[in-house]
Design a protein around this ligand. Sequence first.
Ligand SMILES: [Zn+2]
Length: 69
Amino acid sequence: MIHKRYRRNGTPDLRRWIFECDCCHRRHTIGNINGWLIPDHPRPGMRIYCPPCVQSIAALIITYAVPNA
Ligand SMILES: [Zn+2]
C-alpha cells in the first residue's frame, strides 16, 4: 500500500510518501522504488510489490501457466 502524506495546503508531498510492499511489508520512499510493481493510477486498496516479491509472484504465475516448465 502507499502511505500518502500531504502538505498543510492539501497538495500531495510525494517525497514523504511511503511505499509498503503488500507481500513482505518492506518499506521504501519514492526515491528508492526502482523495480517496484506500482500501478500508473493507484486506487485505494490496490496492491503494490517490491522487486523480490514481483519475481516470486511471476515465478508462481509461470508455474501455473506452464505446469511442466
Ligand atoms: Zn515484498
